[in-house]
Design a protein around this ligand. Structure first.
Ligand SMILES: [Ca+2]
Length: 311
């Protein structure tokens, strides 16, 4: 949806209508003004883990927008051209994703392309910086899998979801140092919306030992390769007897039940990230038990997860 609440097809349909009917409003400039479309204003970049979210003002005006072209580079004074074209969208937001867990600085400009193919001058440049993941910067205490935008090292990946209800009828129960990601932690975590999972909640349990409660802040990091596109649902997290809360998952691309590599160019997978500080009092010296309950929604697919000491 764009900021007018209309989906892409609606906007293009509106464009067609606008061309077929006389334009209402005498003050509107002609559709083929020599100056072309007005440049984008209000371009903003907000960094998150693994991505930068761009947004800009999208006031309705003539000539109607066919699409926005987003250009990006690691170098501030970059040229607008095919080599720096990041993507196109009909919306007024764009997610530059799959940037990895390290902090990355990127520079962006947006060009408006109208129905006649006329291009605006590029917008002012904006700089965005993705946030660093604790999975990159922290000291690992216990992890499952590699934080690599792939589910391939996990059990039953990339497409064996139908075996989860048999192999993991009572969910996963994984002890760090004893179990293996490729055997004991399923790539996919079903929810009650999944017919193939038996339409029931699943609990995945991660047991790990801590010799000493870390001096630094303990954090939980869960990287997902993908989620269901409309029913990503929620996870309920607990550590030992302490409830950590409920996290609403982002809707993804739905392909993650079948494909496990989000680093492939043009992938339909939409990775997302759940990272939160753990209350220090909840971590104990000895055996710790983290539970992930999926009581609402459809499946999600893991990339990796772990507990880290922030430093
Ligand atoms: Ca992985």
């Amino acid at each position: 949806m764009n900021d007018h609440g209309t989906p892409a097809l609606g906007r293009r349909a509106a464009l067609g209508l606008g061309l077929a009917a006389p334009v209402v409003g005498a003050t509107a400039p002609p559709a083929h003004a020599a100056s072309g479309p007005r440049p984008v204003r209000g371009l903003k970049a907000v960094g998150e883990i693994g991505r930068v979210e761009l947004s800009w003002d999208g006031r309705p005006y003539e000539p109607l927008v066919d699409h926005y072209a987003i250009y990006a580079s690691r170098t501030a004074g970059f040229e607008i051209g095919p080599e720096t074209l990041l993507g196109k969208t009909v919306y007024t937001t764009f997610k530059h994703d799959r940037l990895g867990g390290a902090a990355r600085e990127w520079h962006y400009r947006v060009v408006v392309v109208d129905a006649a193919g006329e291009r605006s001058r590029p917008s002012a440049r904006v700089t965005g910086r993705s946030e660093e993941s604790v999975a990159v910067s922290g000291r690992p205490i216990a992890t499952i899998g590699a934080f690599d935008h792939k589910s391939l090292e996990l059990a039953l990946a990339p497409a064996g979801y139908a075996q989860v209800p048999k192999r993991f009828a009572n969910g996963a129960d994984y002890t760090h140092g004893i179990h293996q990601p490729a055997v004991d932690w399923p790539y996919i975590h079903p929810g009650p919306a999944d017919g193939w999972g038996g339409r029931k909640p699943y609990r995945y349990t991660f047991r790990f030992d801590v010799e000493q409660v870390p001096a630094g802040e303990p954090w939980l990091s869960i990287w997902l390769v993908d989620t269901h596109a409309s029913l990503a649902g929620e996870i309920v997290l607990a550590l030992n007897d302490t409830a950590l809360g409920t996290v609403k998952l982002e809707n993804g691309g739905t392909r993650g039940s079948l494909e496990g590599d989000a680093t492939v160019p043009g992938t339909a997978l939409k990775p997302s990230y759940v990272e939160l500080a753990l209350p220090r009092a909840a971590v104990i010296a000895g055996r710790n038990v983290l539970t992930i309950d999926k009581n609402i929604g459809s499946w999600h697919v893991y990339d990796a997860l772990g507990v880290f000491e922030r430093r």
